[in-house]
Design a protein around this ligand. Sequence first.
Ligand code: AMP
Length: 307
Amino acid sequence: MSLVVVGSMAFDALETPFGKTDKIVGGAATYISLSASYFVKPVNVVSVVGGDFDQDHISLMHNRNISTEGVQVKENEKSFFWSGRYFNDMNSRETLVTELNVLGDFDPIIPEAYQNCEYLMLGNLAPQVQRTVLERLTNRPKLIVMDTMNFWMDIAMEELQKTIGMVDVLSINDEEARQLSGEYSLVKAARKIMAMGPKFLIIKKGEHGALLFHDDKVFFAPALPLEEVFDPTGAGDTFAGGFIGYIAATGDTSFENMKRAIIHGSAMASFCVEKFGTERLKSLGQQEIDNRVQQFVSLVAFDTVLS
Ligand code: AMP
């Protein structure tokens, strides 16, 4: 059940209708690994940070059994920086700043201890770097899940399509699915994207839940209706961490188990949005997680009689 997570580790500056933050710790690999750590141990991270990165955060990762042996520290450089602003509905946002810094020429190193991993989560990162990681693993993992975003579609579409062609599961949001496929209908988009390679496609729709496509099958998971959504940053990554973490813990890559994994991912994402940044993901209890998953089960369970 070994898991390797690749992705950005970052400083984020966020603006939501509820407030603003200065630089706080974020990044795809940060959210994914924290979320997955509630399901599997250890979580092995491949990433890069600058000398300015928060040491307390690295310690927190270690305390959660997250290995940072594959995280390079470039002492004289700056960590990746991203800034975003959410609109009033909290479902859409605009990127204000993307400073790649150490990510600009990131050459991933895979420690020996990470080799032979069974599960690989390629979090948001330059698609050519995601592919390099795949090429540097001596054996192909049992399941490769990939996340990406519109930023890479805008500047590196060809590279992105090559990488997408090598993975088993792609996780993107609805806008990105439309951009990638050129189709407005998500059903048509899903068909086109699965023809690019991935056998499974997850389309995230923010507060409207997520769809899982496979062959002609589709499964829908709602998002939990929450009284307060404070900051949606990292929700997609937290979702991905819960999804791959659950699959790695159960060792079952069937469509039926992916449905359960999507619900666990959605439950983890529902915690993430309750506070700014990674705050809510730092110390969750097993009982809290189980209760959340149960809320999802209740949310979608119903009886009917067909004539
Ligand atoms: P999410 O809200 O799940 O889409 O993820 C937000 C996280 O993605 C933030 O913590 C950012 O640091 C990170 N991020 C934003 N843009 C990029 C990018 N171009 N490459 C890698 N990570 C990014």
